[in-house]
Ligand binder design. Sequence first.
Ligand code: UDP
Length: 478
Amino acid sequence: MGSESHDSVHIFLFPFMAHGHMIPVSDMAKLFASHGVKITIVTTPQNAIRFSQTTQSGKPYDIQIKAIEFPSEEAGLPKGCENLDSLPKPELANTFFKATRLLQAPLEELLNEFKPTSLVADMFFPWATEAAAKFGIPRLVFHGTSFFSLCASECVRLYEPYNTVSGETDTFVIPNLPGEIELTRSQVPDFMKNNVLNDLTQLLKEAKASELKSYGIVVNSFYELEPVYADYYRNGLGRKAWHIGPVSLCNRETEEKVQRGLEASIDEHECLKWLDSKKPDSVVYVCFGSVAKFNSTQLKEIAMALEAAGQDFIWVVRKGKDEVDQDEWLPEGFEERMEGKGLIIRGWAPQVLILDHPSVGGFVTHCGWNSTLEGISAGLPMVTWPVSAEQFYNEKLVTQVLKIGVGVGAQKWIRLIGDSVKKEAIVKAVSQIMVGEEAEVRRSRARELGKQARRAVEEGGSSYEDFNKLIEELKSHS
Ligand code: UDP
């Protein structure tokens, strides 16, 4: 793939330990390696096992993985808890974020030993800029989100527009952000509105400061998707950034798509056989990412909506078969009635494999950036159902800027759990993306973006070119 030799460049990739951060880093590792760049992923022992499986599936890549100990017990976490998705309760999230500071010393040992050309470290590791600087190594930041979200969140942080309204359902325009983008107060996290000082907010402040001192920012997006915001981020907000995505497009073979993230809870052949039996664009894929976990009432509401909407569907439910409340959320006789029409995947789905299948015609998503960009890359219209993190911004990009999605009406930012949404709203939004003239217009816009995404990563495309610029610039440091 790469035309020139880049083997004088050695990059350390250091992802935050959550699937939404590790998966794109795994893709990025393949992307760099396919251009002949020497790559080392630094992570904890449990996560290292997963990385070696994902990076060695399909075509084998020359990617080194270095494991560093994560003393989870010392930090007040259960033994072996090394990933955000293995927290026994969501309240431990702040402890987890704080605990990652313990990784600084072992990371520095590795930096000292290998002296890589650059360290690409997750935004949640603000201390990484200083750690790299000790050895004269430029640190790049990876946030894992869109230019649009990076710009919107920065304008909200700088101008605190939520303070100009008092009611939770009152709307405000995000100041200085191109496009007159409106949010309601309830879509802003409470810790921000209430100026809460805790480990997480402290970490976010430090992350901002360290980002400004870092060498630059690597963005998993492509220029044609959000040119106004890519320009605003660089020229308006003054950030040095490179767009290199969609990185998920480096997974071309079925095996690679299946091995992304966790081990799939469904046999890929079974899944593909089911999809093959469906008409083009007829299936709605419903998935809320790797961490959001809805309660039983909400799951029941979704089940009833999927039945009422009448479309074929694949629904990924993050409640295990063996959980105590296993049946509570399923309406009586649901699975029997939906046999052949709907497929429930309990656990982990091979998402990119599913999204890329021609039978899939729509995506109900929580607007995590990876999922959003994977949906865009597959040319799919979406129902947007943001839960927390920066997902409300991504929703605005999809519905208002790109006009390829319909909001389900989630109004409140609630970490991991989300706002409650009623059956009727879900049925309406699903129908709007699947049926009728407007749906067709949205679908053709989405298709065009999917094509542009593919072009961006091909030789000569915008992401391909920016990737090369990044490598050339790093070479001057090696
Ligand atoms: N994912 C998957 N199967 C699942 C759930 C999630 O492959 O059953 C992948 C999805 O393709 C995406 C990532 O997990 O790459 C989730 O990242 P995202 O940013 O969408 O959301 P997060 O999990 O961080 O909330």
